[in-house]
Ligand binder design. Structure first.
Ligand code: HEM
Length: 390
């Protein structure tokens, strides 16, 4: 297997990681990324196969688990019940119960609220240049998730602060200060949620939290710890990825001049998720010896799936760097695939397909105020700022 060297913190790379992916993919389905010290799946077919192969998964093999440092206990107390970090049978059970509550009917009912929210935010834009990230992209997913869970809108900034502090744990380099802040946020968030769950147990309402409490399969229900972890996961997994997909999408639409209307929104948003989704790298462990694409994985090996590389594979998408909403639809990996396929994909899709056409219809003269730059983070491929004016 060929080896490749690329610092994930290199400023040029974070602005445009795709040339590196192309170089790596030209070397085969798998490549070794020196700086990560991991075998990476880079072709569409390798990523697709590995996402679905049950010999690989996200949960750490028992013999590799390390004792948790005491100062991080509140953080890992939540992660221990998060479906994202588990595999069958616990993953199957948790995901099944959550999907009973997170129904397509409940999601579709949010359409008018998302539209009203988008209009209200546009009404409040100042005259002159506006940074669309805080003014438009960020409030929508956070308020939608808060409302879905039944938390008052006024709590949205607090939820966002807890979520940001916790998500900072996934940075390549993290300091003790980041860890302490994440643990504190996890503890506060868990206390808030357990009070909130207790209240909803006493008096259920028509919200997702009450639905999650009631969700039942053959007598089995979510425990309070599992309910807390699920609410935290829905918020953490849900908001930032949606914010940045919206930001990256608006940037691309303004740069290319591609129109988006309510009628064309579905294929345009699918192409945004293929062309420039925010989450590029997810890891897996091998649970047994497995021979794949000419490489022999041993139990415990950690590997990376480069979703961003798979989405630009020329073997599947002609002229893959071009943003082309009219291209023949082929499944992309913006939302992953297999057992961990994004639970929030229908909600994120609805938010994007509702909010973006409203923005462009209301502000037909919208243009970029400066060339947008991506933030210097590889684990979230999203813009630092999105200055625009009309
Ligand atoms: C999982 C992307 C929005 C909740 C995932 C995964 C990806 C992803 C790639 C799979 C991770 C893996 O295989 O290791 C995105 C993107 C979004 C988005 C690009 C926005 C455009 C949301 C929203 C929610 C959400 C809005 C919730 C409201 C989840 C959950 C999982 C997940 C719960 C874990 C599923 C499991 O482990 O079975 N997401 N997501 N996501 N996502 Fe999303």
């Amino acid at each position: 297997m060929r080896r490749f060297s690329q610092s994930p913190t290199d400023p040029g790379f974070v602005q445009d990681p795709y040339p590196f992916y192309h170089r790596m993919r030209a070397g085969g389905d798998l490549g070794y990324w020196d700086e990560y010290g991991m075998v990476c799946a880079v072709s569409h077919r390798a990523v697709q196969a590995l996402l679905r192969d049950r010999r690989f998964g996200r949960e750490i093999p028992a013999e590799q688990a390390r004792p948790i440092p005491e100062h991080l206990a509140p953080f890992y107390a939540i992660e221990a019940h998060s479906m994202l970090e588990l595999e069958a049978p616990r993953h199957t059970r948790l995901r099944g119960l959550v999907l009973r509550a997170f129904t397509s009917r409940r999601i579709a009912a949010l359409g008018p609220e998302i539209a009203a929210l988008a209009h209200g935010l546009i009404d409040a834009f100042p005259d002159g240049p506006v940074d669309l990230l805080p003014a438009f992209c960020q409030p929508i997913p956070v308020i939608v998730i808060a409302r879905l869970l039944g938390v008052p809108d006024a709590m949205a900034p607090q939820l966002l602060a807890w979520s940001n502090a916790m998500v900072a744990m996934y940075q390549a380099r993290r300091s003790r200060a980041i860890e302490d802040a994440a643990a504190q946020a996890a503890a506060d968030f868990a206390t808030f949620l357990s009070d909130y769950i207790a209240e909803r147990r006493r008096s259920p309402r028509d919200d997702l939290l009450s639905q999650l409490i009631a969700a039942e399969e053959q007598g089995d229900r979510l425990s309070t710890e599992e309910l807390i972890a699920t609410c935290v996961l829905l918020l953490n997994a849900g908001h930032e990825a949606t914010v940045h997909t919206m930001g990256n999408g608006i940037k691309t639409l303004l740069e290319t001049g591609h129109p988006i209307t309510a009628e064309s929104a579905a294929p345009v948003c699918e192409e945004i998720l293929r062309h420039d989704a925010p989450l590029h790298l997810f890891t897996r462990y091998a649970y047994e010896t497995a021979e794949l694409f000419g490489h022999r994985f041993a139990r415990g090996d950690r590997l990376a799936l480069l979703l961003g590389a798979a989405n630009r594979d020329p073997a599947v998408y002609a002229d893959p760097d071009r943003f082309a909403p009219t291209r023949e639809a082929r499944p992309h990996h913006g939302f992953g695939g297999g057992p961990h396929f994004c639970v929030g994909a229908p909600l994120a899709g609805l938010e994007l397909q509702t909010a973006l056409p409203i923005l462009f219809a209301r502000l037909p003269g919208l243009r970029l105020g400066e060339p947008p730059r991506y933030a210097d983070l590889y684990h979230f491929h999203g813009l630092e700022r999105l200055l625009a004016e009309s």
